[in-house]
Each structure stands twice: as structure tokens, then as C-alpha cells.
Design a protein around this ligand. Structure first.
Ligand code: FES
Length: 216
């Protein structure tokens, strides 16, 4: 609420809203409709009740009723349209996370990972992670210089996951015997795609933008 040039936060009114169905989770794959050859994904921003701990619900701004929002997966060459319906009580914009790069290129490809809008050499600056062939499908590699993991997916895609827990920022090591990240501070668990298996982490691990560069 604007007041004297300052914006005051106030709790979201969720009186009258139903609780989420048991088992409702964020970060799930979003279905699409086909319009000719175009894949049409629909996002609805809306206020909802959201469970953050057993027996504890809060009011939340959500995409499609969940926190975090759904995952949109497309294939290189797809025509895509994303329709955003805003049912929030105020204007909004969409903050996109993640860029998964499928690749089968061998050998002479280099992977760069970087955070946008930062200066080279500072946190999030561009980091050359190595050659694609160094990262075998189904493996997770820690790139210490960049403070992220490269998770090579079974389908050949790659994710660059920041190694900080989204709860309070502890470093999350990989439990190789379980194939999951376990936060040592308050026991949040994440999959090798960064998805939250159990909290209190409120959202998936952050995914850095990544770029594949071919070198001669
Ligand atoms: S910092 Fe990871 S669970 Fe709290």
C-alpha cells in the first residue's frame, strides 16, 4: 500500500480460500495445449493458501496455485506461446528461471555459466565449466570456481544449479548414495534437478543461465 512514498507490505488475505489439496507440490511439469503446431502453456497468477510446514499455512502469490510455479519443458525448435492470466490484486510480471540446454555435441564444446547483470569476476560472473564430454549423463559435478553444480540429465540436458540452499543459504552437498542434495543446516533435500523433496527450503535450487560455445 503506497504511503508517503514508501511501500508497506501487508499480509495477503486468504480468508475464504480453500487449503491446498494434500500432496500439492510446486515445480511440476506444466501441460500444454496445441494451437496448430504451437505449444500453448497457461500460467495463472493467483493468491492461494500454501503449506510451508506441517500444520502451517500462509497466504501466497502463486503460479497456478503452487509455490514455486510449474516447470515448462520445451524442445529446441518448438513454437511456444505462454499465456499469463493475472488474478492477483495488482499488476505483475513473470520472473523466468532456468535454461536447460540439450546437447549431444561431443568434444570441442565448452559450457559457460553466468548470472546476468553482474560484472565479470564478481559473484555470478562468467565461468567456463569445461568440455561437454566431461559431464556424463546422470552425473553431478561441483564447479567450485563458480559455486554451482552441473547436473547432466539422463536425457542429455544440463542444469547449472547454484550450490546454496534456498532456505538460509547453506552449501548443499550431494549425497551420492541417494542421488540427492542434503542441506546440513535444516535438512532440506533437493533432487539433482534442484526440485525440493522436503523443506523447509521454500523453492528449488536456483538455476544459472548457461551457454554452450563451440570452439575450433
Ligand atoms: S539452510 Fe538449508 S534447510 Fe535451512
Amino acid at each position: 500500500m503506497p504511503h508517503g512514498g514508501v511501500v508497506h507490505m501487508s499480509p495477503v488475505d486468504v480468508a475464504g480460500l480453500a487449503s491446498p489439496s494434500p500432496g500439492t507440490r510446486g515445480s511440476q511439469l506444466l501441460d500444454f495445449a496445441l494451437d496448430g503446431e504451437t505449444k500453448v502453456f497457461t500460467l495463472t497468477t493467483q493468491v492461494a493458501r500454501w503449506s510451508i510446514l506441517p500444520g502451517v499455512e500462509v497466504g501466497a502469490y502463486t503460479y497456478n496455485g503452487a509455490v514455486p510455479g510449474p516447470m515448462i519443458r520445451v524442445t529446441a525448435g518448438d513454437q511456444v506461446r505462454i499465456v499469463v492470466n493475472n488474478e492477483l490484486p495488482e499488476p505483475t510480471s513473470v520472473h523466468w528461471h532456468g535454461l536447460q540446454i540439450p546437447n549431444d555435441q561431443a568434444g570441442a564444446a565448452l559450457l559457460d555459466f553466468f548470472k546476468p547483470r553482474v560484472e565479470p569476476g564478481t559473484f555470478g560472473g562468467k565461468v567456463v565449466a569445461g568440455q561437454v564430454a566431461e559431464f556424463q549423463p546422470g552425473t553431478v559435478s561441483h564447479v567450485r570456481q563458480g559455486r554451482f553444480f552441473i547436473s547432466r540429465l539422463e536425457d542429455g540436458g544440463m542444469l547449472a544449479l547454484w550450490h546454496r540452499c534456498t532456505h538460509l543459504g547453506c552449501t548443499v552437498p550431494l549425497r551420492e548414495d541417494e542421488g540427492q542434495f542434503h542441506c546440513p543446516c535444516h535438512s532440506s533435500i533437493f533432487t539433482t534437478r534442484g526440485e525440493v523433496v522436503s523443506g523447509p527450503a521454500p523453492r528449488p535450487l536456483d538455476i544459472f543461465p548457461s551457454r554452450l560455445s563451440m570452439v575450433r
